[in-house]
Design a protein around this ligand. Structure first.
Ligand SMILES: Cc1cc2nc3c(=O)[nH]c(=O)nc-3n(C[C@H](O)[C@H](O)[C@H](O)COP(=O)(O)OP(=O)(O)OC[C@H]3O[C@@H](n4cnc5c(N)ncnc54)[C@H](O)[C@@H]3O)c2cc1C
Length: 345
């Protein structure tokens, strides 16, 4: 393990990029925005690494969004994420590129890969960061992450090289594209030791949904156990459609099969930070709030006036959601259709 001091000049900031339908994911663009700022402050280079199959179209977009160097590891075996293959490639790439700072998304890939990689590199890792800045005295990157179910923020500095962090989606400003930017594209060798691949992915099933992905939604309507049944989520779908948002759920509705597991928000689900989070019949457990407490505005609807969610929500309505939501939806529709005054959000 190498100690890392005064790395304020010429460092490389390496980001593990992720794609959604062939384009940079929102979280990747957010890391590029922050990575560009840090690399500029440290007079360094911003480096983006992708692992996958047939990646050539990604390089141009990556450079436009701020990367100085793009490394592409292409191999049919890298088409779908699995730790055994991705680890082999990224471990070697990090040793060759020698970044001072390595960022991944706090996504299903980053959550699985980052701790394994940090262990192999013998370095420290701060997961689920919501802020990164430079500590003025040491020049090291300071990492801030929510703790105790988002009741407090912990500020940490990894003193080993590379400093490693995973970044919570929705917490950093995404980079803006500049199509005139120039950068370098490098092909990475992808010789994989097949004997180390212990898992075979036999199929990848994409969730069939016409709504906005949870991670990208500016508005999330989340239902809890108090919704009572799978059918009752249709009223949340109606509200989410109206607000151009997505429907999420606490863990019990997912465990009960009322909602797909991909919709779970919380410690063991997705971590989201929308502009508006409407929590309906959710009690506000620390495990749930760990996934949504960074939302800009939280509105809670719960029939129990003592529910913990009211201690965290910015606005609360005490009552039965079955009585509250129908007139709320009606009035919201009137406002949005311009029949009842100015728009609300
Ligand atoms: C290791 C671990 C990880 C976990 N990970 C997660 C996670 O990722 N996400 C997660 O959500 N949980 C997670 N949990 C579970 C968590 O501890 C809670 O059990 C869960 O969040 C409770 O979900 P809930 O608020 O929907 O249900 P409840 O706590 O049962 O609350 C239901 C609420 O609905 C209200 N209600 C009932 N009927 C109505 C009505 N008609 N109108 C209005 N309000 C009504 C009730 O007053 C109550 O407050 C985890 C737990 C553990 C131990």
């Amino acid at each position: 393990m190498k100690d890392c001091h005064y790395m304020s000049e010429n460092i490389k900031v390496l980001i593990l990029g992720e794609l959604v339908k062939g384009s940079l994911s929102t979280n990747t663009r957010e890391m590029l925005g922050k990575g560009r700022e840090l690399a500029d402050n440290m007079k360094g280079r911003l480096v983006l690494l992708f692992m996958g199959d047939k990646l050539e179209s990604v390089a141009e977009e990556s450079i436009a969004y701020g990367a100085d160097d793009v490394y592409l590891a292409e191999n049919p075996l890298l088409k779908t994420y699995q730790a055994d293959t991705y680890l082999q490639i990224i471990e070697k790439a990090v040793k060759d590129i020698e970044p001072g700072l390595l960022l991944m998304g706090q996504t299903s890939i980053g959550r699985d890969l980052a701790p394994r990689l940090a262990f192999r590199l013998g370095t420290g890792l701060c997961m689920d960061c919501v802020r990164l800045d430079i500590e003025p005295i040491s020049g090291l990157v300071r990492m801030t992450r929510p703790v105790y179910g988002c009741k407090a923020l912990a500020v940490m500095i990894c003193k080993t090289k590379p400093q490693m962090a995973s970044i919570r989606p929705g917490t950093m400003k995404p980079a803006e594209p500049d199509r005139s930017r120039k950068g370098k594209v490098h092909a990475l060798a992808t010789d994989l030791d097949i004997s180390q691949i212990r898992v075979k992915v036999t199929a990848k099933v994409e969730e069939q949904t016409d709504s906005v992905p949870l991670e990208d939604a500016k508005v999330i309507v989340c239902g809890g156990r108090g919704m009572g049944s799978s059918d009752s989520f249709s009223i949340l779908e109606e509200l989410a459609r109206l607000l151009v948002g997505a429907v999420g759920a606490s863990r019990p509705p997912c465990d009960a099969g009322w909602m797909p597991a991909t919709r779970q928000i919380g410690l063991t689900g997705k971590i989201v930070s929308p502009n508006l989070y409407i929590a309906v019949a959710v009690s506000g457990s620390s495990q749930h709030m760990a996934g949504c407490a960074e939302s800009h505005t939280i509105v809670a609807i719960n029939k129990d006036p003592d529910a913990n969610i009211f201690a965290i929500a910015h606005y609360g309505v005490v009552g039965d959601y079955r009585e509250i939501l129908p007139p709320f939806i009606r009035r919201t529709r009137e406002i949005l259709e311009g029949k009842g005054g100015s728009r609300c959000c």
